[in-house]
Design a protein around this ligand. Structure first.
Ligand code: 5GP
Length: 114
Protein backbone atom coordinates (compact mmCIF):
# COMPACT_ATOMS: atom_id res chain seq x y z
CA UNK A 1 0.00 0.00 0.00
CA UNK A 2 1.27 3.49 -0.79
CA UNK A 3 0.09 6.87 0.45
CA UNK A 4 0.96 10.53 -0.11
CA UNK A 5 2.94 10.37 3.13
CA UNK A 6 4.80 7.20 2.07
CA UNK A 7 5.88 9.09 -1.06
CA UNK A 8 7.10 12.00 1.08
CA UNK A 9 9.02 9.55 3.31
CA UNK A 10 10.63 8.01 0.21
CA UNK A 11 11.53 11.43 -1.22
CA UNK A 12 9.21 10.92 -4.18
CA UNK A 13 7.04 13.92 -3.29
CA UNK A 14 8.40 17.29 -2.09
CA UNK A 15 7.84 18.31 1.53
CA UNK A 16 9.47 20.49 4.14
CA UNK A 17 11.02 17.63 6.12
CA UNK A 18 12.22 18.71 9.56
CA UNK A 19 13.27 15.30 10.91
CA UNK A 20 13.87 11.78 9.62
CA UNK A 21 15.34 8.62 11.10
CA UNK A 22 15.05 4.88 10.60
CA UNK A 23 11.49 4.73 12.00
CA UNK A 24 9.75 8.09 11.55
CA UNK A 25 9.63 11.20 9.36
CA UNK A 26 8.35 14.65 10.31
CA UNK A 27 7.40 17.40 7.87
CA UNK A 28 5.42 20.64 7.88
CA UNK A 29 1.71 20.38 7.09
CA UNK A 30 0.92 21.81 3.66
CA UNK A 31 -2.15 23.57 5.10
CA UNK A 32 -0.93 24.76 8.50
CA UNK A 33 -3.55 25.35 11.22
CA UNK A 34 -1.07 27.05 13.57
CA UNK A 35 2.33 28.79 13.36
CA UNK A 36 3.90 25.38 14.03
CA UNK A 37 2.06 22.50 12.37
CA UNK A 38 4.20 19.43 11.85
CA UNK A 39 3.10 15.91 10.93
CA UNK A 40 5.03 12.99 12.42
CA UNK A 41 4.52 9.72 10.56
CA UNK A 42 5.85 6.17 10.75
CA UNK A 43 8.10 5.40 7.76
CA UNK A 44 6.00 2.31 7.01
CA UNK A 45 2.28 2.62 6.36
CA UNK A 46 -0.02 1.99 9.30
CA UNK A 47 -3.37 3.21 7.94
CA UNK A 48 -5.13 4.12 11.19
CA UNK A 49 -4.89 3.74 14.96
CA UNK A 50 -7.18 0.73 14.50
CA UNK A 51 -4.38 -1.00 12.57
CA UNK A 52 -1.69 -0.63 15.24
CA UNK A 53 -0.13 -3.89 16.41
CA UNK A 54 2.26 -4.87 19.18
CA UNK A 55 5.20 -4.68 16.74
CA UNK A 56 4.45 -0.97 16.26
CA UNK A 57 5.10 -0.03 19.90
CA UNK A 58 8.66 1.07 19.14
CA UNK A 59 7.67 3.39 16.29
CA UNK A 60 4.77 4.82 18.30
CA UNK A 61 7.08 5.66 21.16
CA UNK A 62 9.52 7.24 18.71
CA UNK A 63 6.73 9.44 17.30
CA UNK A 64 6.01 10.86 20.73
CA UNK A 65 9.68 11.33 21.55
CA UNK A 66 10.27 13.13 18.24
CA UNK A 67 7.25 15.35 18.97
CA UNK A 68 8.85 16.37 22.26
CA UNK A 69 12.18 17.15 20.58
CA UNK A 70 10.58 19.10 17.72
CA UNK A 71 8.47 21.13 20.16
CA UNK A 72 11.69 22.22 21.88
CA UNK A 73 13.35 22.92 18.53
CA UNK A 74 10.38 25.03 17.43
CA UNK A 75 10.43 26.99 20.69
CA UNK A 76 6.89 25.98 21.66
CA UNK A 77 7.63 23.53 24.47
CA UNK A 78 7.46 25.92 27.39
CA UNK A 79 4.23 27.72 26.44
CA UNK A 80 2.66 24.45 25.37
CA UNK A 81 1.37 22.69 22.32
CA UNK A 82 -1.15 20.08 21.17
CA UNK A 83 -0.70 16.60 19.74
CA UNK A 84 -3.58 15.15 17.70
CA UNK A 85 -4.10 11.76 16.08
CA UNK A 86 -7.31 11.48 14.07
CA UNK A 87 -8.85 8.08 13.32
CA UNK A 88 -11.25 7.31 10.48
CA UNK A 89 -14.13 9.43 9.23
CA UNK A 90 -15.66 10.63 12.48
CA UNK A 91 -12.22 11.33 13.87
CA UNK A 92 -11.56 13.64 10.92
CA UNK A 93 -8.83 11.54 9.30
CA UNK A 94 -8.24 12.37 5.64
CA UNK A 95 -4.89 10.68 4.95
CA UNK A 96 -4.84 6.96 5.72
CA UNK A 97 -1.25 6.80 6.90
CA UNK A 98 -1.11 7.19 10.69
CA UNK A 99 0.19 10.63 11.67
CA UNK A 100 0.52 12.79 14.72
CA UNK A 101 -0.15 16.52 14.36
CA UNK A 102 2.18 18.75 16.41
CA UNK A 103 0.46 22.13 16.74
CA UNK A 104 1.64 25.21 18.57
CA UNK A 105 2.88 28.77 18.45
CA UNK A 106 -0.44 30.24 19.61
CA UNK A 107 -3.07 29.33 22.22
CA UNK A 108 -4.81 26.22 20.95
CA UNK A 109 -8.17 27.05 22.53
CA UNK A 110 -10.74 24.49 23.65
CA UNK A 111 -10.09 20.89 22.67
CA UNK A 112 -13.18 20.62 20.45
CA UNK A 113 -14.74 23.38 18.36
CA UNK A 114 -18.24 21.86 18.48
P1 5GP B 1 -5.84 14.32 8.94
O1 5GP B 1 -7.05 15.16 8.60
O2 5GP B 1 -5.81 13.04 8.14
O3 5GP B 1 -5.65 14.08 10.40
O4 5GP B 1 -4.60 15.19 8.51
C1 5GP B 1 -4.02 15.16 7.25
C2 5GP B 1 -3.15 16.38 7.12
O5 5GP B 1 -2.28 16.16 6.04
C3 5GP B 1 -3.91 17.68 6.85
O6 5GP B 1 -3.64 18.61 7.89
C4 5GP B 1 -3.39 18.12 5.50
O7 5GP B 1 -3.22 19.52 5.40
C5 5GP B 1 -2.06 17.39 5.40
N1 5GP B 1 -1.65 17.07 4.04
C6 5GP B 1 -2.42 16.48 3.08
N2 5GP B 1 -1.70 16.30 1.96
C7 5GP B 1 -0.45 16.78 2.22
C8 5GP B 1 0.74 16.85 1.43
O8 5GP B 1 0.80 16.44 0.28
N3 5GP B 1 1.83 17.41 2.03
C9 5GP B 1 1.80 17.85 3.32
N4 5GP B 1 2.93 18.38 3.81
N5 5GP B 1 0.69 17.80 4.09
C10 5GP B 1 -0.41 17.26 3.54
Amino acid sequence: MTTIFAKIVAGELPADIVYQDDLVTAFRDINASAPTHILIVPNHVIPTVNDISEEDEMVLGRMLHVAKKLAAQEGIAEKGFRLIVNCNEWGGQTVYHLHMHLLGGKPMGPMLSS
